[in-house]
Design a protein around this ligand. Sequence first.
Ligand code: PGA
Length: 245
Amino acid sequence: MVRLILTEDYEALCRSGADFLAGVIAAKPDAAVVFPTGETPMGIYRELAERLRRGEIDATRLRVFQLDEYLGIPPDDHRSLFRWMESALISPLGIPMTNVVRLSVNSSDPEAACQAYDEAVRAVGGLDLSVLGLGPNGHLGFNEPPSKPDSTTRVVELTEESIYSNARYWGARDRVPRRAITAGMDVLLSARQVLLVVSGEHKRDILHRALEGPVTPDVPASYLQLVPDVTVLADRVAWGPERVR
Ligand code: PGA
């Protein structure tokens, strides 16, 4: 079932997202959660860090799983998604590195690294929560279209659309890595809860295709329609003022 939380604007979305995550942490302080990078969740992470400073939450026992990572860049490249997650979430929330499962993109055998990641998810009994953004092409993580719901953690080729949308972080389109590792659809969709966070008018069309269109590998996020416990957190401009169900 998909539950919709609509907020007036991005600031309200961030407060609402932080409320949701604070609730998860309160219910299970050592919850296993996959967290995204991307622009959308940044305000939620800032709000959580603020609540931590005020002593309202304690996230230090969370078990954090990385969602996706570029292939073929040095491990400490500041543009790596891991470094971004570290500076935006892990470090501000004081989560020890021993609680973090990283996608090891620099191992000589990326396929083995993917299997190790899926094994780490199994070892904690599956994810409690997948926090996900929505790609302009309907991707979840780097599960690019077409992606089947049973696809495992794997090496993927980025689509032109994702390369285009990430070019802002790399300065130019031709600098964006062409390959990545993504947590698999099966891992993300089988989490006990999913929180999809969507902001901005540019996401409106893909958001409605994902939630109301056909369930198809061509829109990987459409498989969320089949997941038992999904919360979609969207601001009004993402949802569209004229469309309230
Ligand atoms: P965004 O990215 O939050 O920067 O829009 C979402 C995504 O591409 O998955």
